[in-house]
Design a protein around this ligand. Structure first.
Ligand SMILES: [Fe+2]
Length: 335
């Protein structure tokens, strides 16, 4: 039978691949954003500055603090990479999401899986790089391939999970290739690309599970993600094949407005694999980038029955402005 031997969660924010003295390039976009989501409400930049005036965010987003936190993130990424290399699993199941890279408004499956033989990890062409908004080009290289590369999908386990989920009442979209998506895009979304680019030191056959965390109206709820993760966990451990499997949740934690209070609650649920906490997280908080916490919720639910316990627990709020915009980073392992 297959065994779940390792679990981890990683943020994949563009800030991780942007030097801290360039984080301000995205603040311009924050200031133009008409809908910065924070605790179930929508704000503009100046409203958040006023609302959060007593949180010392000018200091928290100052260059010395940014530099220190960016360095802490790089150490965490290095540690995660080394741990994954050491575990050397036969298969890596990645729970991620798409940010209008593969899917468009015309076609947005709530939950989808790849079940072809391979997946592409694409490099960014110099022409595309030139067209990217300020601060995005440098960051996008963090999740892109150095050169176009093809990686193996474990089709057999993917199909086993698809079939098991079908049997448990989950209706999952199956895709032989990402090019079947409306954007005809070849390469994987950044949620996956970051893992391949930053954490994989050797090719690991993978299973890609994609949640529509971001886009209304068909996002799976937190409770649905718990049920999904538990069903995936059962499917993996019932898989009649002697394989060592690792699980990865990619994304989060709160962003593009950081909320340390909410993250504290999320982290308590993750640390203890407490499904009561995770399944009852309020949906109106799990919007925008913060919605990627659902990739972690699903991961935690898969790990729940594995006997693995939290080991590495790094939480690093990376503020880029006095409005509290930025990305709270999480790097965790269950071993
Ligand atoms: Fe993302």
């Amino acid at each position: 039978m297959a065994e779940i031997v390792f679990g981890f969660g990683t943020s994949h924010s563009p800030l991780l691949s942007t030097p801290p003295d360039m984080w301000h390039l995205r603040v311009q976009a924050d200031k133009q954003n008409p809908s910065l989501e924070f605790r179930g409400k929508s704000y503009v930049f100046d409203q958040l500055v006023k609302l959060r005036a007593d949180e010392n965010l000018v200091h928290q987003s100052s260059l010395p603090v940014r530099t220190k936190r960016h360095a802490a993130c790089q150490s965490s990424i290095e540690l995660l990479k080394n741990k994954l290399t050491k575990v050397d699993p036969d298969i890596l199941i990645i729970i991620g999401n798409d940010q209008r890279e593969v899917f468009s408004e015309d076609f947005t499956p709530a939950i989808s899986m790849l079940n072809g033989d391979t997946v592409e990890h694409s490099a960014i062409s110099p022409e595309r790089l030139k067209k990217m908004p300020p601060g995005i080009g440098i960051a996008a290289q963090g999740s892109s391939a150095k050169e176009d590369t093809t990686y193996p999908i474990d089709k057999e386990l993917s199909n086993h999970i698809l079939s098991a989920l079908n049997g448990e009442g989950f209706d999952i979209t199956a895709m032989k290739t990402l090019e079947a998506g409306p954007k005809k895009r070849k390469g994987m979304s950044h949620a996956y690309g970051f893992v391949y680019n930053k954490l994989m030191t050797k090719t690991i056959p993978a299973v890609h599970i994609c949640l529509n965390t971001f886009y209304p109206p068909n996002q799976p709820s937190a409770a649905r993600c718990v049920a999904l993760g538990e069903a995936i966990g059962r499917a993996v451990t019932n898989y009649d094949n002697n394989l060592r499997v690792a699980i990865c949740g990619s994304g989060g934690l709160t962003h593009f407005v950081i909320d340390e209070t909410f993250d504290k609650k999320v982290n308590e649920g993750l640390k203890n694999l407490d499904m009561d906490i995770l399944s009852s997280l309020p949906e109106n908080y799990l919007t925008s980038g913060t919605s990627e916490i659902k990739n972690w919720i699903t991961t935690a639910a898969i790990l729940k029955g594995s006997g693995l316990k939290i080991d590495m627990f790094d939480y690093i709020p990376c503020y880029r402005s006095e409005a509290g915009t930025g990305n709270a980073m999480g790097f965790m392992t269950w071993e």
